[in-house]
Design a protein around this ligand. Structure first.
Ligand code: PLP
Length: 222
């Protein structure tokens, strides 16, 4: 029951333009079913095998988002059904997503992950790399990929000023890229930022998609 209460509480604090990805990684099917019964349809997972199993067992109208680091050789397992891939961090990965999406005759929504945190353990393009990539790449060569925007994870810290400045940085980069590369109003519209501990700051700084796990489902047991 706590799951439903947590979910409702969080949904009530989010502005209408912000979508909630309920991050269900490491939680059982039953936890997802509870959130589902409350109307939640977007769930986030970060392990390919776990996602494939949950997709097979759970209702087919769930929108599955892959939020973790994705290995190129595993794209094929989720390409038939995944709605959105949040952490595209290399050209090779994007090429493989294009290939597998085409094979399945679908379009897969993608975010570029940008490294904004101080820690160097997190994946993602640097801002220079992403600009270089966009300058040297014809997005028309990726007809089965829709680039939705940018995704980033802030430093794990209690320093809220630091977190805020990292989200601001991502928003500025997002606007710069949107103006320079995406003329169509309806493309490149989303910023995926904010997790349990920092989503309120992320929303204030322009997030349109928050990825929240432990505040809904409790602590993960690894
Ligand atoms: C696990 C994870 C989350 C959710 O984290 P919580 O702190 O549990 O809300 C969000 N984004 C990514 C990329 C994750 O791997």
């Amino acid at each position: 029951m706590a799951i439903v209460e947590n979910l409702v509480k969080i949904k009530n604090t989010l502005p209408l333009h912000v979508q909630l990805v309920a991050v269900s990684k490491f939680h059982p099917d039953e936890a997802i079913s509870e959130a589902y019964s409350e109307g939640q349809r977007i769930f986030g997972e970060s392990k390919v095998q776990e996602l494939v199993g949950k997709h097979e067992r759970l209702p087919k109208d769930i929108h599955w988002h892959f939020i973790g680091h994705l290995q190129t050789n595993k794209v094929k397992y989720i390409a038939p059904f995944v709605e959105m891939i949040h952490a595209v961090d290399s050209t090779n990965l994007l090429l493989e997503i294009q290939k597998q999406a085409a094979k399945n005759d679908r379009t897969i929504n993608c975010f570029f992950q940008v490294h904004i945190a101080r820690e160097d353990s997190k994946f993602g393009f640097s801002s220079d790399e992403i600009l270089q990539f966009l300058n040297s790449t014809k997005l028309q060569d990726f007809p089965n990929v829709r680039i939705c925007g940018l995704m980033g994870m802030a430093t794990f810290t209690n320093d809220t000023a630091q977190i805020r400045s990292e989200f601001k940085f991502l928003k500025d980069l997002f606007l710069k890229i949107k103006n320079q590369f995406f003329y169509d109003e309806n493309s490149f519209c989303h910023l995926s930022m904010g997790m349990s501990d920092d989503y309120q700051i992320a929303v204030e700084e322009g997030s349109t998609l928050v990825r929240i796990g432990s505040s809904i489902f409790g602590n993960r047991i690894y």
